[in-house]
Design a protein around this ligand. Structure first.
Ligand code: FPP
Ligand code: MG
Length: 276
Protein backbone atom coordinates (compact mmCIF):
# COMPACT_ATOMS: atom_id res chain seq x y z
CA UNK A 1 0.00 0.00 0.00
CA UNK A 2 1.32 3.47 -0.90
CA UNK A 3 2.18 5.66 2.14
CA UNK A 4 -0.58 8.19 1.31
CA UNK A 5 -3.22 5.43 1.21
CA UNK A 6 -1.88 3.92 4.45
CA UNK A 7 -2.06 7.28 6.27
CA UNK A 8 -5.69 7.61 5.16
CA UNK A 9 -6.67 4.46 7.02
CA UNK A 10 -6.41 6.37 10.35
CA UNK A 11 -9.82 7.65 11.55
CA UNK A 12 -8.35 11.01 12.68
CA UNK A 13 -6.81 11.59 9.24
CA UNK A 14 -10.13 10.66 7.60
CA UNK A 15 -11.94 13.11 9.89
CA UNK A 16 -9.48 15.93 9.05
CA UNK A 17 -9.78 15.25 5.31
CA UNK A 18 -13.60 15.32 5.52
CA UNK A 19 -13.43 18.56 7.52
CA UNK A 20 -11.04 20.22 5.03
CA UNK A 21 -13.31 19.06 2.18
CA UNK A 22 -16.37 20.63 3.86
CA UNK A 23 -14.57 23.98 4.18
CA UNK A 24 -13.34 23.80 0.57
CA UNK A 25 -16.88 23.08 -0.61
CA UNK A 26 -18.37 25.97 1.38
CA UNK A 27 -15.86 28.29 -0.32
CA UNK A 28 -16.78 26.87 -3.75
CA UNK A 29 -20.50 27.43 -3.12
CA UNK A 30 -19.96 31.17 -2.54
CA UNK A 31 -19.07 31.73 -6.23
CA UNK A 32 -20.75 30.80 -9.53
CA UNK A 33 -21.20 27.02 -9.87
CA UNK A 34 -21.34 25.26 -13.27
CA UNK A 35 -24.66 23.72 -14.27
CA UNK A 36 -23.27 20.89 -16.37
CA UNK A 37 -19.90 19.10 -16.26
CA UNK A 38 -18.64 16.06 -18.18
CA UNK A 39 -15.79 13.61 -17.64
CA UNK A 40 -13.71 11.36 -19.88
CA UNK A 41 -12.60 8.90 -17.19
CA UNK A 42 -9.33 7.86 -18.82
CA UNK A 43 -6.41 5.88 -17.41
CA UNK A 44 -7.98 2.88 -15.61
CA UNK A 45 -5.86 0.26 -17.40
CA UNK A 46 -2.60 2.19 -16.87
CA UNK A 47 -3.53 2.48 -13.18
CA UNK A 48 -4.00 -1.30 -13.05
CA UNK A 49 -0.78 -2.01 -14.96
CA UNK A 50 1.32 0.22 -12.72
CA UNK A 51 0.00 -1.54 -9.61
CA UNK A 52 0.17 -5.03 -11.10
CA UNK A 53 -3.61 -5.41 -10.85
CA UNK A 54 -6.11 -7.04 -13.21
CA UNK A 55 -7.68 -4.69 -15.80
CA UNK A 56 -11.06 -5.32 -14.13
CA UNK A 57 -9.64 -3.97 -10.84
CA UNK A 58 -8.49 -0.82 -12.63
CA UNK A 59 -12.05 -0.20 -13.86
CA UNK A 60 -13.46 -0.94 -10.39
CA UNK A 61 -11.05 1.62 -8.92
CA UNK A 62 -12.33 3.95 -11.65
CA UNK A 63 -15.88 3.50 -10.38
CA UNK A 64 -14.80 4.31 -6.79
CA UNK A 65 -13.19 7.49 -8.05
CA UNK A 66 -16.38 8.34 -9.98
CA UNK A 67 -18.49 7.90 -6.84
CA UNK A 68 -16.29 10.41 -4.91
CA UNK A 69 -16.33 12.94 -7.74
CA UNK A 70 -20.12 12.65 -8.16
CA UNK A 71 -20.61 13.23 -4.46
CA UNK A 72 -18.59 16.42 -4.66
CA UNK A 73 -20.37 17.61 -7.83
CA UNK A 74 -23.83 17.26 -6.33
CA UNK A 75 -22.75 18.68 -2.97
CA UNK A 76 -21.55 21.93 -4.55
CA UNK A 77 -24.80 22.18 -6.55
CA UNK A 78 -23.87 21.04 -10.07
CA UNK A 79 -27.14 20.02 -11.74
CA UNK A 80 -25.97 17.68 -14.51
CA UNK A 81 -22.97 15.35 -14.68
CA UNK A 82 -22.26 13.43 -17.90
CA UNK A 83 -19.68 10.61 -17.89
CA UNK A 84 -18.11 8.59 -20.71
CA UNK A 85 -18.47 5.08 -19.27
CA UNK A 86 -18.26 3.03 -22.47
CA UNK A 87 -17.51 4.08 -26.03
CA UNK A 88 -18.96 2.15 -28.99
CA UNK A 89 -15.27 1.65 -29.91
CA UNK A 90 -14.70 -0.13 -26.55
CA UNK A 91 -16.47 -3.22 -27.98
CA UNK A 92 -13.20 -3.83 -29.87
CA UNK A 93 -11.39 -4.50 -26.55
CA UNK A 94 -10.77 -8.09 -25.33
CA UNK A 95 -14.03 -9.92 -24.42
CA UNK A 96 -12.89 -10.40 -20.83
CA UNK A 97 -12.54 -6.61 -20.41
CA UNK A 98 -15.86 -5.82 -22.14
CA UNK A 99 -17.58 -8.39 -19.90
CA UNK A 100 -15.96 -6.87 -16.80
CA UNK A 101 -17.16 -3.37 -17.76
CA UNK A 102 -20.69 -4.69 -18.39
CA UNK A 103 -20.67 -6.40 -14.99
CA UNK A 104 -19.45 -3.21 -13.24
CA UNK A 105 -22.22 -1.24 -14.96
CA UNK A 106 -24.88 -3.79 -13.99
CA UNK A 107 -23.90 -4.10 -10.32
CA UNK A 108 -23.01 -0.44 -9.70
CA UNK A 109 -26.21 0.87 -11.30
CA UNK A 110 -28.22 -1.32 -8.97
CA UNK A 111 -26.04 -0.18 -6.04
CA UNK A 112 -26.40 3.57 -6.57
CA UNK A 113 -30.21 3.39 -6.63
CA UNK A 114 -30.38 1.70 -3.19
CA UNK A 115 -32.18 3.63 -0.47
CA UNK A 116 -29.63 5.98 1.13
CA UNK A 117 -27.10 5.66 -1.71
CA UNK A 118 -26.05 8.35 -4.23
CA UNK A 119 -29.29 8.74 -6.28
CA UNK A 120 -31.48 8.87 -3.17
CA UNK A 121 -29.22 11.22 -1.18
CA UNK A 122 -28.91 13.85 -3.90
CA UNK A 123 -32.23 13.39 -5.75
CA UNK A 124 -30.53 12.25 -8.95
CA UNK A 125 -32.36 11.07 -12.02
CA UNK A 126 -30.17 8.50 -13.82
CA UNK A 127 -30.13 8.43 -17.62
CA UNK A 128 -28.16 6.10 -19.84
CA UNK A 129 -27.27 7.70 -23.19
CA UNK A 130 -26.28 5.70 -26.24
CA UNK A 131 -27.09 2.66 -28.33
CA UNK A 132 -29.40 0.47 -26.24
CA UNK A 133 -29.46 -2.25 -28.89
CA UNK A 134 -25.76 -3.02 -28.24
CA UNK A 135 -26.26 -3.69 -24.52
CA UNK A 136 -26.63 -7.28 -23.15
CA UNK A 137 -30.10 -8.10 -21.74
CA UNK A 138 -29.09 -8.36 -18.06
CA UNK A 139 -27.31 -4.98 -18.15
CA UNK A 140 -30.28 -3.45 -19.98
CA UNK A 141 -32.59 -4.71 -17.23
CA UNK A 142 -30.41 -2.95 -14.60
CA UNK A 143 -30.41 0.22 -16.71
CA UNK A 144 -34.19 0.18 -17.07
CA UNK A 145 -34.65 -0.45 -13.35
CA UNK A 146 -32.31 2.41 -12.36
CA UNK A 147 -33.80 4.90 -14.81
CA UNK A 148 -37.37 3.93 -13.92
CA UNK A 149 -36.75 4.10 -10.14
CA UNK A 150 -35.06 7.52 -10.31
CA UNK A 151 -37.16 9.22 -12.99
CA UNK A 152 -39.12 11.16 -10.34
CA UNK A 153 -35.92 12.71 -8.90
CA UNK A 154 -35.70 16.33 -9.95
CA UNK A 155 -32.72 17.85 -8.10
CA UNK A 156 -29.95 16.59 -10.38
CA UNK A 157 -29.16 14.38 -13.38
CA UNK A 158 -26.47 11.75 -14.00
CA UNK A 159 -25.98 10.96 -17.69
CA UNK A 160 -24.04 7.72 -18.17
CA UNK A 161 -22.86 7.49 -21.80
CA UNK A 162 -22.92 3.78 -22.54
CA UNK A 163 -22.25 2.73 -25.37
CA UNK A 164 -21.82 6.18 -26.84
CA UNK A 165 -19.93 8.24 -29.40
CA UNK A 166 -20.68 11.82 -30.38
CA UNK A 167 -20.77 11.03 -34.07
CA UNK A 168 -23.44 8.42 -33.34
CA UNK A 169 -25.33 10.96 -31.19
CA UNK A 170 -25.31 13.48 -34.08
CA UNK A 171 -26.23 10.82 -36.69
CA UNK A 172 -29.11 9.53 -34.49
CA UNK A 173 -30.45 13.07 -34.08
CA UNK A 174 -30.28 13.65 -37.86
CA UNK A 175 -32.05 10.36 -38.56
CA UNK A 176 -34.92 11.33 -36.23
CA UNK A 177 -35.26 14.79 -37.82
CA UNK A 178 -35.20 13.34 -41.37
CA UNK A 179 -37.86 10.77 -40.39
CA UNK A 180 -40.11 13.57 -39.06
CA UNK A 181 -39.56 15.50 -42.27
CA UNK A 182 -40.47 12.45 -44.38
CA UNK A 183 -43.67 12.09 -42.36
CA UNK A 184 -44.37 15.79 -43.13
CA UNK A 185 -44.30 16.58 -39.42
CA UNK A 186 -41.79 19.37 -40.02
CA UNK A 187 -40.65 21.55 -42.91
CA UNK A 188 -37.01 20.96 -44.04
CA UNK A 189 -36.43 24.76 -43.98
CA UNK A 190 -37.07 24.75 -40.22
CA UNK A 191 -34.17 22.36 -39.53
CA UNK A 192 -31.50 24.28 -37.63
CA UNK A 193 -28.94 23.76 -34.85
CA UNK A 194 -31.60 24.12 -32.17
CA UNK A 195 -33.77 21.41 -33.73
CA UNK A 196 -30.85 18.95 -34.03
CA UNK A 197 -30.00 19.69 -30.41
CA UNK A 198 -33.57 18.81 -29.41
CA UNK A 199 -33.02 15.31 -30.81
CA UNK A 200 -29.65 14.63 -29.15
CA UNK A 201 -29.24 12.44 -26.10
CA UNK A 202 -28.54 15.53 -23.94
CA UNK A 203 -31.68 17.32 -25.17
CA UNK A 204 -33.08 18.71 -21.93
CA UNK A 205 -29.72 19.39 -20.25
CA UNK A 206 -28.22 22.85 -19.70
CA UNK A 207 -25.22 23.79 -21.91
CA UNK A 208 -21.99 22.02 -21.01
CA UNK A 209 -19.77 24.29 -18.87
CA UNK A 210 -16.71 22.11 -18.20
CA UNK A 211 -15.33 18.98 -19.89
CA UNK A 212 -12.53 17.18 -18.00
CA UNK A 213 -10.31 14.42 -19.37
CA UNK A 214 -7.82 12.69 -17.13
CA UNK A 215 -4.63 10.69 -17.87
CA UNK A 216 -2.69 13.41 -19.71
CA UNK A 217 -4.13 12.46 -23.12
CA UNK A 218 -5.29 15.62 -24.92
CA UNK A 219 -8.13 14.62 -27.23
CA UNK A 220 -11.92 14.31 -27.00
CA UNK A 221 -12.20 10.71 -28.35
CA UNK A 222 -15.62 11.30 -29.92
CA UNK A 223 -17.23 12.59 -26.70
CA UNK A 224 -19.47 15.68 -26.38
CA UNK A 225 -18.27 17.01 -29.77
CA UNK A 226 -21.53 18.88 -30.39
CA UNK A 227 -21.96 19.91 -26.74
CA UNK A 228 -18.44 21.37 -26.27
CA UNK A 229 -19.44 24.76 -27.70
CA UNK A 230 -17.44 28.02 -27.59
CA UNK A 231 -18.16 28.77 -23.93
CA UNK A 232 -17.28 25.28 -22.70
CA UNK A 233 -13.99 25.00 -20.78
CA UNK A 234 -11.96 21.89 -21.64
CA UNK A 235 -9.50 20.73 -18.97
CA UNK A 236 -6.89 18.03 -19.58
CA UNK A 237 -5.58 16.70 -16.28
CA UNK A 238 -2.27 14.89 -15.98
CA UNK A 239 -3.35 12.13 -13.59
CA UNK A 240 -5.05 8.76 -14.09
CA UNK A 241 -8.83 8.62 -13.47
CA UNK A 242 -8.64 6.37 -10.35
CA UNK A 243 -6.19 8.94 -8.87
CA UNK A 244 -8.40 11.93 -9.73
CA UNK A 245 -9.33 13.04 -6.23
CA UNK A 246 -12.09 15.55 -5.39
CA UNK A 247 -9.57 18.29 -4.42
CA UNK A 248 -8.16 18.19 -7.96
CA UNK A 249 -11.61 18.76 -9.39
CA UNK A 250 -12.16 21.43 -6.72
CA UNK A 251 -9.21 23.40 -8.15
CA UNK A 252 -10.77 23.20 -11.64
CA UNK A 253 -14.06 24.49 -10.20
CA UNK A 254 -12.29 27.34 -8.40
CA UNK A 255 -10.53 28.41 -11.60
CA UNK A 256 -13.80 28.25 -13.60
CA UNK A 257 -15.68 30.18 -10.92
CA UNK A 258 -13.00 32.89 -10.77
CA UNK A 259 -13.01 33.30 -14.57
CA UNK A 260 -16.83 33.54 -14.58
CA UNK A 261 -16.76 36.19 -11.85
CA UNK A 262 -14.15 38.21 -13.81
CA UNK A 263 -16.23 37.89 -17.03
CA UNK A 264 -19.36 39.00 -15.18
CA UNK A 265 -17.62 42.06 -13.70
CA UNK A 266 -16.20 42.99 -17.13
CA UNK A 267 -19.67 42.80 -18.75
CA UNK A 268 -21.15 44.94 -15.96
CA UNK A 269 -18.40 47.57 -16.35
CA UNK A 270 -18.91 47.69 -20.12
CA UNK A 271 -22.67 48.11 -19.60
CA UNK A 272 -22.12 50.89 -17.04
CA UNK A 273 -19.75 52.72 -19.41
CA UNK A 274 -22.35 52.56 -22.19
CA UNK A 275 -24.99 54.02 -19.87
CA UNK A 276 -22.81 57.00 -18.80
C1 FPP B 1 -11.03 4.50 -19.81
O1 FPP B 1 -9.76 4.07 -19.29
C2 FPP B 1 -12.14 3.99 -19.00
C3 FPP B 1 -13.17 3.20 -19.46
C4 FPP B 1 -13.22 2.72 -20.85
C5 FPP B 1 -14.26 2.75 -18.57
C6 FPP B 1 -14.69 3.75 -17.54
C7 FPP B 1 -15.70 3.14 -16.63
C8 FPP B 1 -15.77 3.34 -15.28
C9 FPP B 1 -14.88 4.27 -14.56
C10 FPP B 1 -16.82 2.67 -14.47
C11 FPP B 1 -18.18 2.71 -15.13
C12 FPP B 1 -19.26 3.10 -14.25
C13 FPP B 1 -20.59 2.96 -14.51
C14 FPP B 1 -21.61 3.42 -13.55
C15 FPP B 1 -21.09 2.32 -15.74
P1 FPP B 1 -8.91 3.09 -20.21
O2 FPP B 1 -9.50 1.72 -20.10
O3 FPP B 1 -8.87 3.65 -21.61
O4 FPP B 1 -7.48 3.11 -19.55
P2 FPP B 1 -6.10 3.46 -20.28
O5 FPP B 1 -6.29 4.81 -20.92
O6 FPP B 1 -5.10 3.49 -19.17
O7 FPP B 1 -5.84 2.39 -21.28
MG1 MG C 1 -7.71 5.17 -22.49
Amino acid sequence: MAIASWIRTFPLVQYLIAWAQEIFMSVLKTGPVPQHVAFVMDGNRRFARRRKLEVREGHSAGFESLAHILEMCYQVGIKVVTVYAFSIENFKRPTVEVDALMEIARTKLLQIIHHGDLADRFGISIRVLGQRNMIPADVLAAIDKSTEMTKGNTTAILNICFPYTSRDDIATSMREVVTLSEKHELEPETIDEGMLEQHMYTKDCPPLDILVRTSGVERLSDFMLWQSHQDCTVEFVDCLWPEFEPWRFGLILLKWSRNKAIEFRKTEMERDQKEI
